[in-house]
Design a protein around this ligand. Structure first.
Ligand SMILES: [Zn+2]
Length: 205
């Protein structure tokens, strides 16, 4: 039985991971946690500390900081939990997956369960300029490629094809042929499906 390379799943993963990355960058984690939990942070050097809202403690060992790439992170030295706003939501709201965290955040942003990239970025007041568009496209393409490579790493043909289509996408971006983020994701998706239909059918066992 041949397996399908792409049913939309990897495209979707790339887009959702990009939103998670943007959320980790654009939402001030201190304000978010203070708003959600009522805990107050105190500044210690370049970090902010409070009692852990996840495991509950008397001596504060929960730290939040903003990294050099602007993403906000946290770590608790009591329960060892760490990560971004997505991980915080998973632990604090006792969720099962990053996608559930995305849904909770979308709800808090009053988007209902709409986690389309356009809506979420708009709600975060993220204005997409050309550099960010390229950044997003690369991120999505790279994530999709990674997902596919992980799944089909044993196929040399798939590896080579993904590499060349990624290069083509990069040149389209540089030439300004792509305007919308969605176009880039769709393009990657379509290319993968077309390629699969054209020549991969039957080659992946
Ligand atoms: Zn903790």
């Amino acid at each position: 039985m041949s397996e399908h390379v792409n049913d939309g799943e990897s495209h979707d993963i790339g887009i959702k991971r990009y939103i998670m990355y943007m959320l980790a960058k654009k939402i001030n984690l201190i304000e978010f946690i203070e708003g959600e939990t009522g805990h107050d942070f105190h500044k210690i050097g370049r970090q902010y500390r409070c009692a852990c809202p996840i495991h509950g403690e008397k001596e504060p060992s929960f730290f939040v900081w903003q990294g050099s790439d602007d993403t906000w992170g946290f770590k608790c030295y009591g329960c060892q939990r760490k990560g971004t706003i997505i991980d915080f939501c998973i632990h604090y709201f006792e969720l099962n997956s990053p996608i559930d965290a995305l849904k909770v955040l979308a709800e808090k942003m009053q988007l209902g369960e709409d986690i389309s990239i356009a809506k979420m970025l708009e709600a975060m007041s993220v204005k997409i300029d050309i550099e960010e568009r390229i950044d997003c496209a690369h991120y999505v393409a790279a994530t999709n490629c990674r997902v596919l490579l992980k799944k089909y790493f044993h196929s040399k043909e798939v590896r080579e094809w993904i590499k060349s289509s990624y290069e083509q996408m990069s040149s389209h971006l540089e030439n300004g042929h792509i305007e919308k983020i969605e176009d880039i994701g769709n393009m990657a998706h379509q290319k993968l499906v077309l390629k699969q239909n054209a020549s991969l059918h039957g080659t992946i066992m």
